[in-house]
Design a protein around this ligand. Structure first.
Ligand SMILES: NC(=O)c1ccc[n+]([C@@H]2O[C@H](COP(=O)([O-])OP(=O)(O)OC[C@H]3O[C@@H](n4cnc5c(N)ncnc54)[C@H](O)[C@@H]3O)[C@@H](O)[C@H]2O)c1
Length: 430
């Protein structure tokens, strides 16, 4: 079993640390946020991830998982150091690597000989080389290796995705390093693929761009379905049974968002531009996504008779998808912002992200109860596919929502049942 340092205790770092400890490794997770470190040391996990609090508790109890303040403290005695820090969208769409660079400078002087710095943050092609040069410049001993190990976990099922991944990709230009990093994963249930560092970095961007393309494609089909009177639910069912297509990411909605797809598609477009490739298909994927947000706002506007000024919209679902409390780059928040911008009052409700949404947008009211959010509203807009929205009491909604209009941007409700209750119903592509 190995001594592992993890830099960053967010979705990726905390999951990586807790899962590697569960697999028997000795893990120290370092974060710059001292409050977070204090909470985690007590077993307090503030992200909504099935199974993660239990794994953190297990790791603390066995003392195989510890939390410290700062990257250097996590790296000082490690054989492997995983970088799991943010790489947000920077100038012009490029990935902003400043946090990665800061972390590399911090760990460089303390990495013991033979240690491997493993990059799990999503970084553009060529970053492993950049990190290697930075390490030397910042005083690392020459016997420190570099590997790329992009992360594919999905928020909400992060633990399952880590322990039973569709695949693990390890990019290393030195075969010894590749074997050593692969060995850390010997007990996970999934194939381990070893590639060059450039290929590993590209796998991550290509995968996210492909999934974003699938969603943009199905949104475009949904819009076409509306124009020709087809039902996109029937169409995607007919498509998804084809194993070459599959059902995943085949759900129309308000467009993709979250902490990864927007920045990763933008960064890939910049990578392409840098080598003189316009990548028009990727540009269309991004543009289609932007237009989809406009379409949803348009549906809400239509539902209230063409002018949102002075109208009240109940917005159910504020997180970027169901089963997470993550609001980063949420389509729901973007749509709420646009509705507020057109003069509407927006009364939001979310099963898990409500607290965090308070104060996020000036003017956005956040209620603790879905029916309360509908009180006095002209229209109810369903923006996130939380399962509980299927099972709420719509007779009760009808009594508190004077506008009797629903825009179901996730197609979670039954249009016939809603119309039967007296609502006008607008879904996506049906
Ligand atoms: N969230 C996802 O679903 C997901 C999935 C795959 C890949 N990724 C990628 O993984 C990376 C991390 O994403 P995340 O969602 O876990 O981010 P996050 O924002 O949830 O967590 C990042 C953590 O790093 C800490 N941090 C920042 N600078 C630090 C430093 N110098 N030293 C120590 N800690 C520091 C922050 O305090 C924070 O706790 C990104 O590159 C992201 O694109 C994310």
């Amino acid at each position: 079993m190995s001594r592992v340092g993890v830099v960053g205790a967010g979705y990726v770092g905390l999951t990586t640390g807790a899962c590697l400890a569960h697999l028997g490794h000795d893990v120290i997770v370092g974060d710059i946020d001292a409050d977070k470190v204090r909470r985690l040391t007590k077993g307090d996990v503030d992200v909504l991830e099935e199974g993660l609090p239990e794994l953190v508790a297990e790791g603390l109890a066995t003392r195989r998982l510890r939390f410290v303040v700062g990257a250097a403290a996590a790296a000082a005695d490690a054989e492997f150091v995983f970088l799991c820090v943010p790489t947000p969208e920077g100038e012009g769409g490029d990935a902003d690597l400043s946090v990665v660079e800061a972390a590399v400078r911090e760990v460089a002087p303390v990495l013991p000989p033979g240690a491997v710095l493993v990059n799990k943050s999503t970084v553009p092609v060529g970053s492993s080389g950049h990190v290697g040069r930075l390490l030397r410049a910042a005083g690392a001993v020459p016997e420190v290796g570099v590997a790329s190990n992009p992360e594919f976990l999905r928020e909400g099922t992060a633990v399952r995705d880590f322990l039973s991944p569709a695949r693990v990709v390890i990019g290393a230009d030195d075969p010894t390093v590749a074997v050593r990093v692969s060995d850390l994963y010997r007990d996970v249930q999934g194939p381990v693929l070893v590639t060059s560092t450039a290929s590993a970095e590209m796998v991550k961007y290509a995968s996210n761009a492909f999934l974003a393309a699938k969603v943009s494609f199905v949104n475009a089909i949904a819009n076409l379905c509306e124009a020709v009177n087809a039902d996109v639910r029937e169409v995607t069912l007919g498509m998804g049974y084809d194993p070459r297509i599959g059902f995943e990411f085949l759900h129309p909605g308000p467009g993709w968002g979250g902490s990864c797809f927007p920045k990763d598609t933008a960064a890939l477009a910049r990578t392409a531009a840098r080598v003189g490739d316009d990548f028009p298909m990727l540009a269309a994927v991004i543009a289609t996504n932007r237009e989809q947000r406009d379409r949803v706002v348009g549906k809400v506007r239509d539902a209230v008779g063409g002018d949102l000024a002075g109208r009240t919209v109940a917005a159910w679902g504020l997180t970027f998808k169901a089963n997470t409390n993550d609001l980063r780059d949420s389509p729901a928040i973007d749509i709420a912002r646009r509705l507020l911008g057109e003069g509407a009052t927006v009364r939001g409700y979310d099963p898990a992200g409500g607290e965090a949404a308070r104060g996020l947008l000036p003017g956005l009211e956040v209620l603790a109860d879905p029916y309360e959010a509908c009180a006095g509203a002209d229209v109810l807009c369903v923006l996130t596919e939380w399962d509980e929205f299927r099972w709420l009491d719509y007779e009760r909604v009808a009594t508190v929502l004077p506008g009797r209009a629903i825009v179901d941007a996730r197609n979670v409700l039954d249009p016939a049942a809603m119309r039967h209750l007296g609502f006008t119903y607008r879904g996506i592509g049906r």
